[in-house]
Design a protein around this ligand. Structure first.
Ligand code: SF4
Length: 338
């Protein structure tokens, strides 16, 4: 059973560099424990032989996010958020019902316990948090709704809460300046360097096999979706749709596209086949195109970072990115051969 002090979530003061700096340097016993937990957690992300923790405190969560911001690699953050999400879900599932209410409140979501083993949350909170969950069990149309409340069993609630948790840690991560995170590292510079190097080596070895398709031409959004799929993250609907339609448009065959999703935690052969066939026009006859950058940005699934091409004013579409890169690569190749 998880002890009560572990129930809190990230506090606003943890976003300040002074807080992070004090955790790095304090002689306080709890700060030393936090440093040890964080170091182990980060090692477990990049080393097969280090076991992932089974709980996470608000302090170790916040400090991990500061260190990850210093590494500043979206795919490593994705890997961390999946690991932290699963720990959080496990914690929620092991809580007694009163603790679930408290844990949800500290996360900023109102959850009320109702008769029996049921809970209720506001319908808007449910809709905001279920977009990454696949399966009819998590769709609003299949829920028991009364007066703006959605009634849920604990097993469904824990999944909804974990997605809310992921959104909150992403907000926290995004709010930290990477330059500031690097500036205050002090003795932790070596750890960040090691984690970053290990992760680069892992990424180099684990490229997804896309046959004859040249991944170096892909825009950052598509690269990010591929990394997330490979790491077992359930992509939001918009990202999944974009990935499938993009790969189809650049010439990948449906069975190859299907194979990419086999590592997803909610993989279902029949449903994936249906979705891929639907997007690529095998079922309805309508071949869909990926959405424009503007739409992807407003849905928070654009990962342009500091990519120069993405920041060109005229760049409107992921397929345009691919076409521009392809053209410039063939120009380079022909000038080298002449
Ligand atoms: S700007 Fe467009 S192409 Fe670039 S990452 Fe964002 S959505 Fe993708």
């Amino acid at each position: 059973m998880i002890s009560a002090p572990r129930l809190g979530f990230l506090k606003p003061e943890m976003q300040s560099p002074e807080w992070a700096r004090s955790q790095y340097t304090s002689f306080d016993r709890s700060a030393a424990e936090t440093r040890e937990e964080v170091t182990n957690f980060l090692y477990s992300l990049v080393q097969e032989d280090v076991t992932k923790p089974d709980h996470i405190t608000p302090e170790s969560l916040a400090l991990s996010l500061w260190l990850l911001r210093a590494v500043n690699d979206n795919s490593l953050f994705s890997r961390f958020s999946v690991a932290a999400r699963d720990i959080y879900q496990h914690m929620i599932e092991s809580f007694n019902p009163d603790m679930v209410e408290d844990a949800s409140t500290s996360l900023g979501m109102r959850v009320e316990r109702v008769e029996g083993k049921m809970f209720r949350i506001r319908a808007l909170d449910f809709i905001r948090s279920n977009t990454h969950l696949s399966g009819t069990r998590y769709r609003l149309a299949f829920q028991d709704i009364k007066e703006g409340w959605v009634y849920l069993e604990k097993s469904v609630l824990s999944k909804v809460l974990r997605e809310h948790f992921v959104a909150r840690i992403k907000e926290f991560y995004d709010s930290i300046s990477s330059a500031k995170a690097i500036e205050i590292l002090g003795d932790f510079r070596g750890l960040v360097q090691y984690i970053g190097d290990q992760w680069t080596a892992i990424k180099g070895k684990r490229t997804t096999d896309l046959g004859s398709v040249d991944q170096s031409l892909f825009p950052p959004c598509i690269k990010e979706y591929l990394v997330e799929v490979r790491d077992g993250v359930n992509l939001p609907h918009m990202a999944r749709f974009t990935l499938v339609s993009f790969l189809h448009k650049i010439g990948m065959q449906n069975p190859e596209i299907m194979a990419l999703f086999k590592t997803a935690p909610d993989f279902n052969q029949r449903i994936t086949e249906y979705q891929v066939d639907h997007v690529t026009g095998q079922i309805s006859g309508t071949e869909y195109s990926p959405p424009k950058c503007e739409v992807l940005r407003s849905n928070h699934v654009c990962y342009w970072g500091d990519d120069k091409l993405c920041h060109q004013e005229w760049l409107r579409h992921p397929l345009q990115y691919y076409a521009v890169k392809k053209k410039s690569n063939s120009r380079k190749a022909s000038s080298q051969s002449s």
